[in-house]
Design a protein around this ligand. Structure first.
Ligand code: GDP
Ligand code: FO1
Length: 314
C-alpha cells in the first residue's frame, strides 16, 4: 500500500501519474486546511480536487472544479447580489450541497467523503486528514484572513506575516489515517505547498508522530525548483515565515519525516546540503506539464521505493 499526503492542484498531477504507473493500493490523506463555509455550504477544495482527479472529472487546465462545468448558478448568485469571488460550478455545487446536508445530519467528513467517492466510482481511499476543524489562516498587515480569502479573494497581494493552523492543537487524526501511515509500504509527500497543503496535515500531532514512527519508506517530491515554486503562493508564504525558498527549505520543513527527497535535476548541486539534513537526495526532471511527464515522474518515484515490478507495478 502506498499512502500519499496531498494538497490540490500540484499534488494531483503526481497522483494521476501514479494511477497510470501502478496497481498499488493508493490511500490519499487529504489536506483540510483550506476548507471553508460559503453560501451556507461546506467547501473542501483539496479533498474535491483529489476526488475529481481520481474520478477522471477534474478540470485539468484550471486544476480545480469539474471539467466542462457551467456557472449558471454563480451568475444568478451575482444577479442576486451574492458573493462570487470563489467560482463554484453547477456540478461542483452538487458535491457541496450533498456534503453539507450529510454533515448537518451528523455524519463525519471522512464518512461523507467515502460516500461521495463511492458514488463517483473512485476505487482509491481518500481520507481527510482530520474530521475536526483545522483551518489555515494567514496573518497579514490587514489582519488575519482565511487562506481562501488571502489566495482567491485578495489574490495573494498581502504580505504574509505568519500562518496559523486554527484548531490543529486539539485535532485528532481521522480514523484510518494512522493505520494508513503505519501499515503502508511507503509514504509519499506530494509536490505541494509545504505551508498550506502539507503543513496543516503535519500540524495534526497524531499524523506527524505516525509518519515519524512508521517503518514505511518515506519520500517527498520538491514543489520548488531553484528559488521558485512551479505555481502558487508557496514562495511568499515560505519567505514570510523566514523559511528559505528552495528545495533545502522544504526538506528542512520535512526533517525527520522523509528518507528520500526528489529534487529537480537542475538542483543537483544541492546533494551534499540535502544529505546534511539526513535525506537521500535524488534528482530528475520534476516538472509535470503533460500526462506523459506525470507518468514518468510517478514511475521514477516508485522505482526509488522499489515498488515498480512488485505487486502489480507496471
Ligand atoms: P494547492 O492546494 O492548489 O496549492 O495545490 P498543492 O499544494 O497540491 O500544489 C501547489 C504546489 O505544487 C506549488 O508549490 C507548486 O510549486 C507545486 N507544483 C505545481 N506543479 C508542479 C509540477 O509540475 N511539479 C512539481 N514538482 N511541483 C509542482
Ligand atoms: N481557486 C481559485 O484560484 N479561484 C477559484 O475561484 C477557485 C474555485 C474553486 C472551486 C472549487 C474547488 O474545489 C477549488 C477551487 N479553487 C479555486 C482552488 C482552491 O482555492 C485552491 O487550489 C486550494 O484551496 C489551495 O489549496
Amino acid at each position: 500500500m502506498l499512502t500519499v499526503l496531498a494538497g490540490g492542484t500540484g499534488s494531483v498531477k503526481l497522483i494521476r501519474g501514479l494511477l497510470g504507473a501502478t496497481h498499488e493500493d493508493l490511500t490519499i490523506i487529504s489536506n483540510v486546511g483550506d476548507n471553508f463555509w460559503l453560501h451556507g455550504l461546506y467547501i473542501c477544495p483539496d479533498v474535491d480536487i483529489v476526488t475529481y482527479a481520481l474520478a477522471s472529472m477534474l478540470d485539468r487546465e484550471r486544476g480545480w472544479g469539474v471539467e466542462g462545468d457551467k456557472f449558471n448558478t454563480l451568475s444568478q448568485i451575482e444577479k442576486l447580489g451574492g458573493e462570487t469571488w470563489f467560482k463554484l460550478g453547477d456540478r461542483d455545487l452538487a458535491t457541496h450541497i450533498l456534503r453539507t446536508q450529510l454533515m448537518k445530519q451528523g455524519r463525519k467528513l471522512s464518512e461523507v467523503t467515502r460516500e461521495i467517492c463511492n458514488r463517483l466510482g473512485v476505487k482509491q481511499r481518500v481520507i481527510p486528514a482530520t474530521d475536526d476543524s483545522v483551518e489555515t489562516w494567514i496573518n497579514t498587515p490587514r489582519g488575519k484572513v482565511h487562506l481562501q480569502e488571502y489566495w482567491v479573494k485578495r489574490k495573494a497581494q498581502d504580505e504574509v506575516l505568519g500562518v496559523t493552523y486554527v484548531g490543529a492543537e486539539s485535532a485528532k487524526a481521522s480514523p484510518e489515517v494512522t493505520d494508513a501511515i503505519m501499515s503502508a509500504n511507503a509514504i509519499l509527500l506530494c509536490p505541494a505547498n509545504p505551508v498550506t497543503s502539507i503543513g496543516p496535515i503535519l500540524a495534526v500531532k497524531q499524523i506527524r508522530l505516525a509518519i515519524s514512527d512508521t517503518n514505511a519508506e518515506r519520500i517527498a517530491v520538491s514543489p520548488i525548483i531553484g528559488k521558485a515554486p512551479i505555481s502558487g503562493p508557496a514562495a511568499k508564504m515560505m519567505s514570510g515565515l523566514g523559511i528559505e525558498v528552495s528545495p533545502i527549505g522544504v526538506a528542512r520543513l520535512y526533517s525527520g519525516l522523509v528518507d528520500i527527497f526528489v529534487a529537480d535535476k537542475s538542483d543537483d548541486g544541492l546533494g551534499e546540503a540535502l544529505r546534511r539534513i539526513n535525506v537521500k537526495p535524488v534528482f530528475t526532471d520534476i516538472m509535470m506539464p503533460t500526462a506523459a511527464r506525470e507518468l514518468e515522474l510517478a514511475r521514477f518515484v516508485l522505482r526509488q521505493l522499489n515498488l515498480i515490478g512488485q505487486v502489480g507495478g507496471h
